[in-house]
Design a protein around this ligand. Structure first.
Ligand SMILES: [Zn+2]
Length: 341
């Protein structure tokens, strides 16, 4: 049965481990709380985890009795139904988590994270940390900071990052939130469990400051550079718009149709400070059409706008990358993180 099958299988379907993890020559059994036995090799476990290595280096009990150092379960209760000759370890991880964990370390058999939901990834990360499996930990962190997880349950990813104090995860989420409306961050979701009020407040502050920084570009125009001679800055023929707050030396005020676009972009950026939305064609197209009504702007307006929005995008990225995200994490002194591209 594949991992994908497990995610979608009816509850009553009896799970059996894949042959790789149910090996007839295995020397230890890992028993899960949902009553599945994985017959595996101590050697693989020892190489993967110092926790297992240390456990197996201790004097081993009578093989007909149960080893239960990794679980809070009562080993005696478990032993009652056992008559085999292999040591049995009661695990706290469910069978799906354990299969993924074991697959990572078994040759030629990686866990398929494309069919793993965030809760499954969280359990796997918990196991990786518990058993000090650093490679598996890195693997899960890389997975949950990928667009697939961030787009499906971004706040859940943030909660995991905060809970385990993993900077890489928190930073990935913070940057991702810039694609979401500020208002979207205000509603409670079950996956927010584990996030402190303080950490969440700082995340909101981060988003807000990015919005202020990015939208500021739409009212102060000096960063554009008058010397670029964009037609929407230099045209003498169509209606003038408001000058930027920082352009006293410019010969002309920018043209009204372009200023109106910048106002629209400013509103979008305040709530969603990501250049990919404010600079897209569907946002500036309406204003560009107005510009095309001017016989002077018409000659260069399309080319100028295409060039301008690319630089605008880069500037938004540059400014938001300089905004600090102050996450304290519980039990730690303040750390200041800078989100970079
Ligand atoms: Zn014009």
């Amino acid at each position: 049965m594949s991992t994908h099958d497990l995610d979608t299988a009816p509850a009553q379907t009896k799970y059996t481990p894949p042959p790789l993890l149910d090996h007839p020559h295995a020397d230890v059994i890992l028993h899960t709380p949902d009553n599945v036995d994985f017959r595996v090799f101590k050697l693989f476990l020892s190489l993967a985890s110092p926790v297992f290595r240390d456990m197996f280096s201790l004097p081993q009990p009578d093989p007909t009795t149960v080893t239960s150092s990794l679980s809070d379960a009562d080993p005696g209760e478990h032993a009652a139904g056992r008559t085999g000759s292999m040591p049995i370890i009661d695990m706290t991880e469910d069978h799906l988590t354990l299969e993924r964990m074991l697959r990572f370390y078994y040759p030629g058999s990686n866990p398929d994270m494309t069919t793993c939901d965030l809760e499954g990834a969280r359990k796997l990360l918990d196991a990786a940390i518990k058993y000090e499996m650093d490679e598996l930990r890195r693997f899960v962190v890389e997975s949950i900071t990928s667009p697939r997880f961030l787009e499906k349950d971004p706040i859940g990813v943030f909660a995991i990052g905060c809970h385990h104090k993993i900077e890489q995860v928190v930073l990935a989420y913070a940057k991702y939130t810039l694609r979401r409306h500020f208002e979207d961050l205000l509603s409670f979701k079950p996956s927010m469990t584990g996030i402190t009020v303080e950490d969440y407040s700082r995340l909101l502050q981060y988003h807000w400051r990015c919005g202020v920084a990015a939208s500021g570009l739409t009212s102060a125009f000096e960063w554009i550079g008058y010397e670029r001679q964009y037609r929407f800055l230099t045209c003498p023929d169509c209606a003038a718009g408001e000058k930027g707050t920082d352009t006293p030396t410019w010969e002309n005020p920018p043209r009204k149709w372009w200023v109106e676009y910048m106002k629209s972009a400013g509103g979008l950026l305040k709530s969603r400070p990501h250049g990919g939305f404010a600079t897209q064609f569907s946002v500036y197209n309406k204003h560009l059409n107005t510009g095309l009504e001017c016989k002077t702007c018409r000659r260069k307006a399309v080319k100028d706008m295409r060039d301008f929005v690319q630089g605008f995008d880069r500037k938004i990225e540059e400014l938001t990358s300089m905004v600090a995200l102050n996450i304290t994490f519980q039990g730690r002194e303040d750390h200041i993180f800078f989100v970079t591209t």
